[in-house]
Design a binder for this molecule. Sequence first.
Ligand SMILES: Nc1ncnc2c1ncn2[C@@H]1O[C@H](COP(=O)(O)OP(=O)(O)O)[C@@H](O)[C@H]1O
Ligand SMILES: [Mg+2]
Length: 362
Amino acid sequence: MITTTGLTKVYRSRGREVTALDGVDLHVREGEVYGVLGQSGAGKSTLIRCVNLLERPSSGTVTVAGQDLTALAGRGPRAGRELRRARSRIGMVFQHFNLLSSRTVQDNVELPLEILGLSGKERSRKALDLLDLVGLADKAKAYPAQLSGGQKQRVGIARALAGEPKVLLSDEATSALDPETTRSILGLLRDLNRQLGLTVLLITHEMDVVKTVCDSAALMRDGRVVESGTVTDLLATPGSELSRALFPVSGEASGADRTVVDVTFHGEAATRPVISELARTYNVDVSILGAAMDTVAGRQVGRMRIELPGRFEENVVPIGYLREQGLQVDVAGTAPAAGTAGAPAAEPVPAPAKQQIEEGAK
Ligand SMILES: Nc1ncnc2c1ncn2[C@@H]1O[C@H](COP(=O)(O)OP(=O)(O)O)[C@@H](O)[C@H]1O
Ligand SMILES: [Mg+2]
């Protein structure tokens, strides 16, 4: 539904160049909710503004609903008209709502309909339908100042839907809202996604958002996409940064010569007593350092950090056993041997061990 290839944006100001996007290839499938994560300055907002061509990319292409928008930009009045029409089919929701304070809620929603040239009667009917859809039918005559933050954002969403978009872009739409309101707005986006078949591309810095509403996600850093995929696939990718951030488990090795392993359970594997089977089969003492269960992309997922006695080399067989049970196993670290006391217990994974594990997973 949205595809970018080699999307690059270089800002030039006062002789300085900032590469905000550096060859971004993004693929958002029709009907999915896609989350973009990354620290401030990573290029997220630039990406969204390039997707609807509010910002002209320096190079690369943007295709939305089969139409190459980059080919239309700056190609004379006729292409300009086509670009405006294409853009009116892409809804945009903003962090700071951007409502006109002098207009009623209904008139704010009617604004894009005026631009589309609908008659007064049509506009009014459509605006009231949209307000009903976002749960604000009773606020049509109110002014933005009389609304809560969550209600303002609902108006923003109704307005974004006025052009009957196929795609909704949202740049941190919930970051000015409290947690409960955030949840209700996200629930609304998810409902709209399902009811209207709307494809949603949203930027957020809240991991909970990704966990509750996104089908897929991408992590951006320095203008590049460093990880992307469906949330379920990311969770099943050894060493995935997004997966760790989405689903953190903590706990440190209790002493020297221990191997700490993160085990992720999906679906059926979650209900089998694999840990006690492991303990029995290999006669090892398994300690549980931390554990969490959660619903990710609508599926139950569990993650457990366990500790096995002995170094990684001594635990290759039990770890292989866990893998054979269909579990995802990441070696979180090996405590330093007794001789090297003084080093921190949760040292990074020794390179050879990590390599072996990842090769083993292929
Ligand atoms: N209009 C602009 N002119 C110059 N530099 C910009 C402009 N907009 C963004 N940048 C720079 O581009 C980089 C990416 O910014 P942005 O896309 O806003 O990141 P994010 O939304 O992830 O915080 C930053 O270094 C930012 O300073
Ligand atoms: Mg931003």
